[in-house]
Design a protein around this ligand. Structure first.
Ligand code: HPA
Length: 262
């Protein structure tokens, strides 16, 4: 499969893999693209079923930094397989990427992070009982998760935000399986556990990336207050609308980070 990618952009060696979340796929417009490959042409790559997840690999540059952009992910809830993103993430490592930079849409557990806010993820909580490494051979299965979200890269993201005059928080992301949203009682429990944002992705990809030897950095866009934090219902339409509205700000942050990646 690496050959299938390499043949489209001979000699191209990306440094950073960027994984775009719900409603955030528009970032590819910032990439000076050299090749665009539908996931369907890459063995093992998933076919995302969530609209707004295009399912394309874009190879190119942001500033001088060579990047591989995964435009769209498959989620655990789509198939019941937590390792849906195994092939793309391992391909990124094989291509020579050093970092997996993830984005996602998330619910905010903090009143000081209203919809539209950005949050750099400093750690995650996975109490789902599910792990993408289930069934892996004994080789390297016990992956260390201390500093899973690289602290140096997190600081660089926050510095890029400051340099671009972009308000950006930092905090802990908790993974819930979905696809139903959380109950208010689950969100109260998540607050007690120390979470700042909630979502249905990212943690399994981080585990897979650490297993593949990639460093991880991640940014969430708050698309709503989590269940029960404020009155009212939660819906996927809001996720997409607010994510789209915040995509420009997130794009500026990612560009700032990538251009100065070195
Ligand atoms: N919960 C889970 N995932 C989400 C949310 C939420 O409130 N908002 C966007 N993705």
């Amino acid at each position: 499969m690496i050959e299938a990618i390499a043949s489209r952009a001979p000699g191209f060696r990306p440094k950073v893999a960027v994984l775009l979340g719900s409603g955030l796929g528009g970032f590819v417009d910032q990439v000076a693209a050299r090749a665009v490959i539908p996931y369907g042409e890459l063995p093992g790559f998933p076919q995302p079923t969530v609209q707004s997840h295009a399912g394309r690999l874009v190879l190119g540059h942001v500033g001088a930094t060579p990047v591989a952009v995964l435009q769209g992910r498959a989620h655990y809830y789509e198939s019941g397989h937590a390792d849906e993103m195994k092939a793309p993430i391992e391909a990124m490592a094989e291509l020579g990427c050093e970092v997996l930079l993830q984005t996602n849409a998330a619910g905010s557990l903090r009143l000081d992070m209203p919809p539209g806010s950005l949050m750099v993820i400093t750690d995650h909580i996975n109490f789902t009982g599910v792990n993408p490494l289930f069934g892996r051979g004994r080789d390297r299965r016990f992956v260390d998760m201390v500093d899973a979200y690289d602290p140096v890269l997190a600081q660089r993201l926050l510095a890029a935000a400051k340099a671009g005059d972009i308000r950006c928080h930092d905090g802990v992301y908790i993974w819930f399986c979905g696809p139903s949203f959380e109950t208010p009682a689950e969100i109260r429990a998540a607050v007690t556990l120390g979470a700042d944002a909630v979502g249905m992705s990212t943690a399994p990809e981080t585990i897979l990336a650490r297993h593949a030897g990639l460093k991880v950095a991640a940014v969430s866009v708050m698309t709503n207050y989590a269940a029960g934090l404020v009155p009212g219902a939660i819906g996927h339409d809001q996720t997409i609308t607010v994510a789209n509205a915040s995509a420009g700000q997130l794009g500026r942050l990612l560009c700032g980070f990538l251009e100065s990646y070195g």
